[in-house]
Each structure stands twice: as structure tokens, then as C-alpha cells.
Design a protein around this ligand. Structure first.
Ligand SMILES: C[S@@+](CC[C@H](N)C(=O)[O-])C[C@H]1O[C@@H](n2cnc3c(N)ncnc32)[C@H](O)[C@@H]1O
Length: 283
């Protein structure tokens, strides 16, 4: 389908101003097949002709390529590792060094409707409260989908959305009312949601964060939708935004992408959590 795929990519950019060339080829092919089934068009040439005439179909195709599914505490092993090892270690290290801002800085890149950002906020809030630490934390949560960010900022979810949230966290992290769960103000105040495209070439991190220097970056279930050179571009960007020795979390299926870069070392074999290798001067 490769040559035919190029025709579709060209129609999308030439006629509709939408660049879909960055997506992984097999993902693009599967998405196209779904759109062909939905429009009852049997051939790729037929679909290309249809696409030329229909801006609404270009919208549909483009929307179908941006997968925004997410869950609270999505990967249980990853969140267990964060809760039991990574975050306590980060807190202890921050307190020991006592340098710079006494604040843990987190970036949730591709945060969808906020589930990942609030999950980390719940854990950090709990750990810092339990240990009566004077540290604070701030989470910069970004996405390209304004619709997702609007939901994230509202922070109101239904029962199905919070099914992975432990009872104690439902109590401490949410106000429940008539079957809806609203994230408590204390957690919302720690998170800044903003639009930021990871393809942005002129900055290493969201402008709101000013200088990056993140202790923890989460970028999960996003990289594998893109072509290898794009994946590498994003991994490099994330790396530049992080402090030396900072932690990176990706999706389970994205491990190979991170490991290829040789900039990060795995924290454990159990989950896709990595540590940026320390600069020589930090040893
Ligand atoms: C499948 S969701 C994953 C959400 C969450 N990280 C998780 O693991 O559950 C991928 C998210 O990445 C966002 N995204 C995709 N490409 C992006 C880009 N170039 N820049 C910023 N966000 C992007 C999508 O809008 C979507 O909300």
C-alpha cells in the first residue's frame, strides 16, 4: 500500500493542509482501512478521489489518527514502581541536595484528558503529606487536543473513568456528587494544563515551564503512533527538558524506542521507567 499511501498523504497535505506523514505506516494503513470501511469505499484510489472532494472526510481521517484514550493509573506496574521506588527516591534526593527550587517538577507530555497527570498528583500529594515533607510539586500537563485539555482542566469524571482508582484515593483526591467525581482543588492547583505540540522545533519544553528541568517526564502511549525518526525527535526533546538523573516513563510497548537512544537506563525490568544518565560532572 506504500505508494498508494503516499497519494493519500499528498492529498491530505496539498488539498486539506493536514500533515499525516509523521504517523507510523502500519498504523496509518489500519486507520485508512477503517475509514474506507466507514465510507463504504472498496479501493484506495476510490478513497483518494473521495478525499479530494470531501473536506469533512479529511477531518474524520485526521481525527481517527489522534488516539486520545487514557485511564487513571493506566499501567499498574508502572504506577506501583513510581509509588514505591521512584517518587520516594526523588523526594529523598531533592531533600538531600537542598539545591535550587524545593519543588519536584513533572511534565506529563500527551496528557489526554488529565488521567495520567492526576494519577501522579495523587501519589505525590500522598507521599509528601505522609512524610510531612516541606517539598512541593508542580505538574505541567500538555497535549495537542484542546478538547482533551478542556476536560482535563475541568477535572470531572464519571464512575467508569475512575474504576482503577483505589478507594482511599477516591476519598482523598475527589469530591463525589451524583455519580461524578471532581478532582479536589488542592490537586488541581498543582497542575498547569496547556496546549503544546511535541513537534514544536523551537523549544525543549512547554513555554509555561520556562526552563524545563523536569525531575520526571511521562510520555506514554504516544510514541508508537509515529515513524521512527519522529519517535527519536520526541525522545531527544524529552531528554533535553529533563534534569540530569531525571526519570522518564513511557508505555510498555514503547520500551524499544527509548532503549535505542542509549540516553536512558532502565530503572527496572518490570516497567517502562527510565533514568536519564547522569552528566559526568554530577557523579
Ligand atoms: C493515547 S493518548 C495517551 C494518554 C496518556 N499519556 C496515557 O498513557 O494514557 C495519546 C495522547 O497524546 C496526544 N498527542 C499525540 N500527538 C501529540 C503531539 N505531537 N504533541 C502533543 N500531544 C500529542 C494525543 O492528543 C493524546 O491525547
Amino acid at each position: 500500500m506504500s505508494g498508494e499511501l503516499d497519494h493519500i498523504i499528498r492529498v491530505m497535505s496539498g488539498t486539506h493542509g493536514k500533515d499525516i506523514s509523521r504517523y507510523d505506516e502500519s498504523f496509518l494503513t489500519k486507520s485508512l482501512e477503517k475509514r474506507m470501511a466507514a465510507t463504504a469505499i472498496a479501493t484506495i484510489t476510490g478513497y483518494r478521489d473521495y478525499l479530494l472532494e470531501h473536506a469533512d472526510e479529511a477531518e474524520e481521517l485526521s481525527r481517527s489518527l489522534n488516539i486520545t484514550y487514557s485511564e487513571f493509573f493506566r499501567d499498574p506496574l508502572t504506577f506501583a514502581l513510581l509509588e514505591q521506588l521512584v517518587l520516594p527516591k526523588l523526594i529523598a534526593e531533592k531533600q538531600e541536595t537542598g539545591t535550587g527550587t524545593a519543588e519536584i517538577r513533572v511534565w506529563s507530555a500527551g496528557c489526554a484528558a488529565g488521567q495520567e497527570s492526576y494519577s501522579v498528583a495523587i501519589l505525590l500529594d500522598e507521599l509528601l503529606t505522609a512524610h510531612k515533607k516541606s517539598l512541593s510539586f508542580r505538574i505541567f500537563a500538555t497535549d495537542i487536543s484542546e478538547k482533551c485539555l478542556a476536560t482535563a482542566s475541568r477535572g470531572v469524571y464519571d464512575l467508569a473513568a475512575v474504576q482503577n482508582v483505589r478507594q482511599k484515593h477516591l476519598t482523598t483526591g475527589f469530591n463525589s456528587h451524583n455519580g461524578t467525581y471532581s478532582v479536589v482543588r488542592r490537586l488541581k492547583d498543582r497542575i498547569e494544563f496547556s496546549v503544546y505540540d511535541l513537534f514544536e522545533e523551537h523549544s525543549a519544553s512547554p513555554p509555561g515551564s520556562i526552563y524545563g528541568d523536569f525531575d520526571l517526564v511521562l510520555c506514554s502511549n504516544l510514541l508508537f503512533y509515529y515513524r521512527p525518526e519522529i519517535q527519536q525527535f520526541i525522545v531527544n526533546k524529552l531528554c533535553h527538558s529533563m534534569s540530569s538523573g531525571g526519570y522518564l516513563v513511557t508505555g510498555e510497548a514503547e520500551r524499544a524506542i527509548v532503549e535505542r537512544s542509549h540516553i536512558f537506563q532502565p530503572v527496572s525490568r518490570l516497567a517502562a521507567v527510565y533514568r536519564k544518565k547522569l552528566n559526568k560532572g554530577d557523579l
